[in-house]
Write a protein that binds this ligand. Structure first.
Ligand code: NAD
Length: 353
């Protein structure tokens, strides 16, 4: 397949006010100033909308950006957007994210991830963009002992509804690619972190709790291992992959390729918070942590085989955990007013992926 040229073309990004969506939009507009990015987001309340507005404020600095507030499950909205802009590339990042939340809020996952994604596929069927790139997740691999995870591995045993919706997206995309000649690439992201990240994720919640003088809880005794992948590495990979349409449907892992434990995460986070001046030099995290058993639906180790990714785009995630966390801590120092903890409300969902 020939690479896509995006000059004077429109790229549609769903979930554009989200963590990965906003960073992707920004990176693409910086790299390709002659393209037009249209974002869609319903600004759901899964976490503070103030953070989504902050991301949007940054995106609005770009003159080649248009934001549409709306829901991807709305067929008429998608029809209007596709018929008006005829996007050359569609990047679907809108979804209800989070593993733990899918236990208490299953309806959101079916609505956003199944119905919403089906609507995107239907729009692609009718308007035939050159490439559909969509977010899947490392969670489709379920709990398994063999690492690293390869896209050839069987993924027929998801251990959360979230994972089941992502695995379903892959099947639906495969079917649409086969039946309607859509060129689609599914990206299995591995634990993405960084500035403007999702407040439900472990590194973010730990930061808030540590700075509020609270003790943090480490599930599975802090031994869960994740392939922490810095946001800039994710968006660099997306901005390269989007130009290379799949011949049908393909799946790629985007992960660091090097798993680290929750204890590694916390140790590096402590150093970053000290370095950014948010914690005193003599703070000792080991005196403020509680070890707990594993959570239901949690997966012990996730770790990506990125050889296919490297072969395709000649790029591999590079940012080290300590450096990425330092950039997060510096950003948090300047924006923590957005995330003041309400003293009486206990937040319940900590996501490690
Ligand atoms: N962040 C990670 O570590 C990670 C890991 C694996 C997969 N993913 C996937 O990557 C994608 C982006 O994740 P994120 O971390 O940026 O999450 P996010 O919650 O920050 O972003 C998702 C955005 O989509 C919007 N949205 C949700 N449902 C919508 C709908 N029906 N219509 C329009 N907008 C809708 C939300 O308002 C939100 O702004 C998601 O598909 C997620 O499942 C993320």
């Amino acid at each position: 397949m020939n690479p896509i040229t995006v000059t004077n073309q429109t790229i549609l990004i769903t979930g554009a006010a989200g963590f990965i969506g906003a960073a992707t939009a920004k990176a693409i507009m910086t790299k390709y100033p002659n393209c037009h990015v249209v974002g869609i987001d319903n600004f759901n309340h899964y976490y503070t909308v103030k953070l989504k507005q902050l991301r949007l404020t940054e995106l609005r600095q770009f003159t080649n950006f248009t934001m549409i507030k709306g829901d991807i499950s709305n067929k008429h909205l998608l029809d209007r957007v596709f018929s008006k802009y005829h996007p050359m590339i569609v990047i679907n990042l809108a979804a209800q994210a989070g593993v733990g939340y899918s236990i208490s809020h299953p309806d959101n996952y079916i609505h956003d991830n199944i119905l919403g994604f089906y609507r995107i596929l239907e729009a692609c069927r009718h308007y035939q963009p050159a490439h559909l790139v969509y977010a899947s997740s490392s969670s489709v691999y379920g709990d398994r002992n063999t690492v690293p995870y390869c896209t050839d591995d069987k993924v027929d045993h998801p251990v959360s509804l979230y994972a089941a919706t992502k695995a379903s997206n892959e099947l639906l995309a495969d079917c649409y690619a086969h039946l309607y000649k859509i060129h689609a690439t599914g990206l299995r992201f591995f634990t993405v972190y960084g500035p403007m990240g999702r407040p439900d994720m472990a590194y973010f919640k730990f930061t808030k709790q540590i700075l509020a003088g609270k003790s943090i809880e480490l599930y599975n005794q802090g031994k869960n291992r994740r392939d922490f992948t810095y946001i800039d590495d994710i968006v660099e990979a997306i901005s390269r992959i989007m130009l290379l349409p799949a011949d049908g449907h393909r799946l790629l892992n985007i992960g660091k390729g090097h798993p680290e434990t929750t204890i590694d995460l916390v140790t590096n986070l402590q150093s970053a918070l000290k370095q950014s001046g948010l914690l005193p030099a003599d703070y000792d995290i080991t005196a403020h942590q509680t070890m707990l058993p594993p959570q239901p639906a949690d997966v012990n180790t996730t770790y990506a085989d990125t050889s296919d990714l490297f072969a395709l785009i000649n790029y591999q995630p590079q940012v080290k955990l300590r450096d990425g966390l330092q950039r997060f801590a510096d950003w948090y120092r300047d924006n923590h007013h957005l995330f003041k903890e309400k003293p009486t409300k206990k937040t319940q969902h900590t996501q490690i992926c």
